[in-house]
Design a protein around this ligand. Structure first.
Ligand code: SAM
Length: 531
């Protein structure tokens, strides 16, 4: 049963929320982090918190630091009842939402403060400390935060919590830290935030708060396969904690699934284990978890056997990448053209063979313009290339960030053709690999939609002496499980996975050593030398 059946104001809130959303563009909503919590989810979260709160707190002082139209306050009224809520405050930067929330909820006892929460929380006249916070803070990414603003947030957070926050952290990280500093000792909080912090370096500040300062009770991550929520929520997590130092033997309940009440999987994780875990999305370990850890942390990894690099960023594939036939028609000199693979979407084959010129045997064949000669030389000696390069101006190619920095602006990063490639992003659940491995027997390189894998050390020697073992290497790469790949990579809204070179490099290469035991000593020597 959803809340609005019980509360007529909730039905009005939903109508107003929809109406305000419709007036804003997606880009605007992104910049201010404006994605409302579905009320059914807000109620589910409030119900869960109620089970923890019961005996401990009979007079609730509610706060939502970025209240929007008040989905969480509505849920609190629904679950706790008006009588139990001694006071309630909502803060909101956007005057349109602030007015809407005031109209809707002032009669139910909600005080609205219009302004920036990060300023209000620092002011001596800030509202009295709450003992219950339910929040879905703005997700604004760090590059949308002005430099001075970010520096103020970092200084303020350090002042109020003693925790340093990375410059790469989004606004929600500061919200959570500052609001927790404000909250009364012993209070409870539930936060709906992006799960990204669980896996990336900038999440360290939050992880510190969650393992050292408060007692983290529950971490629920939504199943990306679940369609219950909109894209903005699929990579979200609900954190529930109690503001008190954690007991020594404390364990945190990690759950995964579509609903808080009936998760597909759960696991109790001790704080010690959590402090040692680089990635938190590996919990709970369970078949339905798409981010299980790779099997063997100690053994050899793909990074020991391959040098892994992103493909080239041309700055404009539309301009620099042409069909080979088109380049020939235009009379572009062959020596300034290199074969290049099409984007993964257009590459069906997983084994790419070559024609006598080294071009992939696929249709159409593509090439990338790559020339080191300065402009006056090209102009004097290669009129056809010069004529083509002149068309860049009108297309605005030279104003691009990458192209603008390059000298000459049409010179590409220099890469050798990689024997193996891995697509950089993709989808896939369960055993299905989200990324594709390609065995490249051509002279083509890849764009940055691929990672390029160059065998190194004794694996490189092996491939040089016995080129046919490329097939076996390719087969072993294709046997890396989808779980391992997702476990090392990262997942974005809508279930899109991406993997960076260093992440692919951490995947276990135990199967390679099983197949060719001699690789083991070579890998160990490298670890000793460079590890
Ligand atoms: C993700 S929405 C969530 C709204 C509401 N809590 C809910 O759950 O539906 C975040 C809200 O934060 C507001 N906001 C953005 N920056 C803010 C700031 N610095 N201080 C207070 N509110 C802010 C946005 O206008 C938006 O209404």
């Amino acid at each position: 049963m959803t809340a609005h059946h019980e509360n007529p104001v909730e039905a009005r809130r939903q109508a107003i929320q929809e109406e305000i959303d419709a007036r804003r563009s997606g880009a605007e909503r992104n910049r201010f982090g404006q994605f409302a919590t579905p009320n059914s989810l807000a109620v589910e979260i409030a119900r869960y918190v109620a089970t923890l709160l019961d005996r401990k707190c009979d007079r609730i002082r509610f706060a939502d630091p970025s209240i929007g139209s008040g989905s969480f306050f509505s849920a609190a009224l629904n679950v706790f009842g008006r009588e139990r809520i001694a006071s309630a405050v909502g803060i909101e930067l956007d005057p349109v939402f602030c007015d809407a929330a005031r109209d809707l909820w002032a009669d139910a006892g909600l005080d609205l403060v219009c302004g920036d929460f990060t300023t209000i929380v620092a002011s001596p006249s800030r509202p009295r400390a709450p003992n219950l916070i339910l929040a879905n803070p703005p997700y604004v990414r760090h590059h949308h935060l002005k430099r001075e603003y970010k520096e103020r947030l970092q200084a303020l957070t350090y002042h109020m919590t003693g925790i340093e926050v990375s410059g790469l952290a989004g606004l929600y990280v500061y919200f959570l830290l500052l609001a927790t500093a404000w909250m009364e000792e012993g209070g409870f909080a539930a936060w709906l935030i992006p799960s990204e912090f669980m896996d990336v370096n900038y999440g360290a500040a939050l992880k510190r708060l969650l393992t050292e300062r408060v007692t983290l009770v529950r971490v629920h991550r939504f199943d990306a396969e679940d369609v219950q929520f909109s894209d903005a929520l699929v990579s979200s997590v609900v954190l529930v904690f109690h503001k008190a130092p954690p007991p020594r033997e404390h364990t945190v309940e990690f759950t995964f699934g579509s609903m808080l009440v009936q998760p597909h999987a759960r696991e109790a994780v001790t704080l010690d284990r959590l402090r040692d875990s680089r990635k938190w999305t590996v919990y709970p370990e369970h078949a339905r978890n798409d981010r299980r850890r790779s099997t063997n942390r100690e053994g050899p990894t793909l990074g020991d056997l391959f040098r892994i690099q992103r493909g080239i960023a041309t700055g404009s594939n539309k301009f620099f990448v042409l069909e080979r036939a088109d380049a020939a028609r235009r009379g572009l000199p062959k020596k300034f053209l290199r074969p290049i693979l099409p984007s993964p979407r257009h590459l069906q084959a997983t084994v790419v063979d070559a024609d006598e010129d080294g071009y992939p045997l696929i249709h159409p064949q593509l090439c990338v313009i790559d020339c080191e000669l300065p402009e006056h030389v090209v102009e004097a000696k290669y009129p056809a290339l010069w004529a083509y390069l002149q068309t860049a101006e009108a297309l605005g190619i030279k104003d691009g960030y990458l192209v603008g920095k390059r000298v000459p602006w049409y010179k590409q990063e220099q890469r050798l053709p990689p024997p193996f490639l891995c697509t950089y992003m993709g989808r896939g659940a369960e055993e299905k690999q989200p990324f594709r491995f390609i065995w490249n027997r051509s002279a083509a390189i890849g764009t940055n939609l691929y990672l390029m894998l160059y065998p190194q050390g004794s694996l490189a020697t092996k491939l040089r002496l016995q080129p046919e073992c490329g097939a076996a290497i390719h087969e072993l790469l294709r046997c890396v499980t989808g779980h391992e790949l997702r476990g090392e990579g990262r997942v974005y809204g809508g279930g899109l996975n991406k993997i960076e070179p260093s992440e692919l490099g951490r995947i276990s290469a135990a199967s390679f050593v099983e197949r060719w035991p001699k690789l083991k000593s070579a890998v160990q020597r490298q670890v000793e030398l460079f590890g």
